[in-house]
Design a binder for this molecule. Structure first.
Ligand SMILES: Cc1cc2nc3c(=O)[nH]c(=O)nc-3n(C[C@H](O)[C@H](O)[C@H](O)COP(=O)(O)OP(=O)(O)OC[C@H]3O[C@@H](n4cnc5c(N)ncnc54)[C@H](O)[C@@H]3O)c2cc1C
Length: 489
């Protein structure tokens, strides 16, 4: 029998109907959250067509099982997991259905990855308007979470660039949704974490670019106030901006780190755009420093995955960042955006307990003090986040949005047998700070959110609106995930 590992209130006693399951045992697979801190068993199906998905819907109803949707499985927590039930892995529905290089409109199946997409459109002088820190995410998964990029304050989340989508309802009916057609479902299914229906095709608007390179500037900031000031001063003149914070720094250095910002090259600035837009000039080299295969680098990181080692690495990074002041250089789009793909499987360096991420979004008026308090709290509790990413955002019109006019701080916490319950307790304390600062949370990253906290930041009315729509789209609650049961179940 396969072993289950369920953490953070994930509730799997979810067999919807009394009829016993006769689902085939050979479909059982152990499924992990991306961070590896959650694992359970599901019946996994990987259809290649809409008819294949419809067959799974019929089968689930016959056997009284729920269906969870999964794209690339890059959600840090349990958003794409459905223990003891069916998991519909959409990655094989990965065709680009149409592409118009003159206006930048693309229609994709949901399993197309960001990696596939940018490689498809780049040579025609286009780039996805919003990309995630890894290129392994699927368009369906990105739409369902309404993901943001390092340009979130300027262009909003991916939903702001989705023109329309087709969605298969559990009844088997396909509906088209856009800002003018089924608009209520459009604004709720984007960011609706796969609870209303199954995206079967998505029409997206790409962004015109005039070079395969970005002009990048990096600068170290000596503390959190420096970070905020730098962001505020540079937002208007940047297309992308992101801060990497050293969560170990204390006192006057609290919140110090490096900022990376980048700009598109205007038309004419790149003397040879046909060259820089070629795929061979985007790809990361297979080796680091010319010799070390990237695939084994995580092994070298493992000894540093403790408080002492990570503090040392962070300090080293900060000192290197300070040397030479501002650095300015050109970098390919792929190299700038997918820094987290440089080292394949880097999450393995966290060890067998994996990691969770906690990413609050806090209004600009309260963010500085709230982040300060949070960093200090982590230090007092001796549970320090090893990777900390700082971003700027803007509000949007999607129902279950995480977006607001403010900042986010994504904090990665290592999970071990010893730290598991302490991290969960810490998350409760952090929740209090976030709520007091009028902050929000993000389902793509979440592992710890409790129903009362979700209700406090989303509001009863928003949750009621969402559940009413769910009832309309999915009256028998066929679509469920561990996250849904944990937070809304
Ligand atoms: C290294 C790393 C970096 C990241 N960087 C960012 C970042 O910069 N910005 C950001 O916003 N997020 C970021 N994320 C989070 C990630 O982008 C989101 O979790 C995204 O949703 C993952 O896409 P996926 O295809 O892996 O979807 P999954 O994680 O598999 O699923 C996500 C959600 O989509 C639903 N879903 C999947 N397919 C469909 C479908 N066809 N129809 C309806 N619902 C569906 C699932 O049920 C689930 O609720 C990062 C994650 C990692 C691991």
């Amino acid at each position: 029998m396969l072993e289950e590992k369920n953490l953070y209130q994930t509730n799997n006693h979810s067999q919807k109907k009394s009829k016993p399951s006769a689902l085939p045992v050979e479909r059982q697979e152990v499924v992990n959250s991306w961070g590896g801190a959650n694992a359970n068993i599901s019946y996994v199906y990987r259809p290649t067509t809409i008819e294949g998905v419809q067959e799974v819907l019929t089968m689930a109803q016959r056997y009284g099982r729920t269906i969870g949707l999964r794209g690339g499985g890059n959600s840090y927590g349990d958003a794409a997991m459905n223990g003891e039930n069916i998991l519909l892995d959409m990655r094989r529905m990965n065709r680009i259905l149409s592409w118009n290089p003159s206006n930048g409109r693309v229609v994709t199946e949901p399993g197309v990855t960001i990696s596939q997409l940018w490689q498809y459109v780049l040579e025609d002088g286009w780039w996805p308007p919003v990309v995630t820190g890894t290129s392994k995410t699927t368009i369906g998964g990105c739409a369902a979470m309404n993901v943001h990029g390092k340009n979130a304050w300027q262009v909003g989340p991916i939903g702001d660039h989705i023109i329309s989508f087709d969605m298969l309802l559990p009844s088997g009916k396909i509906i088209t949704c856009s800002r003018n057609e089924n608009a209520d479902v459009f604004y709720a299914a984007i960011g609706g974490f796969g609870m209303l229906g199954i995206f079967t095709s998505i029409t997206l608007q790409m962004k015109r670019i005039y070079s395969g390179n970005l002009q990048v500037h990096t600068q170290a900031q000596k503390n959190l106030t420096g970070m905020f000031n730098y962001f505020n001063e540079n937002l208007e003149k940047s297309n992308y901006i992101v801060g990497w914070i050293d969560a170990f720094a204390k006192g006057d250095a609290l919140g110090r780190g490096d900022v990376h910002r980048a700009n598109y090259l205007p038309p004419g600035a790149d003397p040879e755009p046909q060259q820089s837009l070629r795929l061979e000039n985007q790809h990361l080299t297979p080796n680091m420093f010319g010799v070390l295969p990237r695939s084994i680098i995580w092994l070298g990181m493992r000894p540093f995955m403790n408080n002492f080692g990570t503090a040392l690495v962070n300090r080293g990074k900060f000192i290197t960042g300070r040397i030479g002041g501002v650095k300015s250089f050109q970098q390919s789009h792929a190299a700038f955006h997918f820094l987290l793909d440089y080292v394949p499987d880097w999450k393995n360096a966290y060890g067998s307990g994996g990691l969770i991420q906690y990413q609050p979004f806090i209004p600009k008026e309260t963010a500085h003090d709230a982040f300060k308090e949070m960093l200090r709290l982590c230090q007092r509790r001796g549970i320090i986040n090893y990777l900390t990413v700082f971003k700027r955002h803007r509000p949007d019109n999607f129902l279950m949005s995480h977006g607001l006019d403010g900042f986010s701080l994504a904090m990665d916490f290592r999970i071990t047998e010893k730290s598991r319950s302490r991290v969960a307790m810490l998350a409760r304390e952090l929740d209090e700070i976030v709520l007091a600062a009028n902050g929000r949370f993000y389902f793509a990253k979440d592992s710890t959110l409790r129903p009362e906290v979700a209700e406090a930041y989303l509001g009863k009315e928003t949750i009621a609106q969402f559940t009413t729509l769910k009832h309309r789209c999915d009256p028998n609650n066929l679509l469920e995930t561990d996250l849904w049961r944990r937070v809304f179940g």
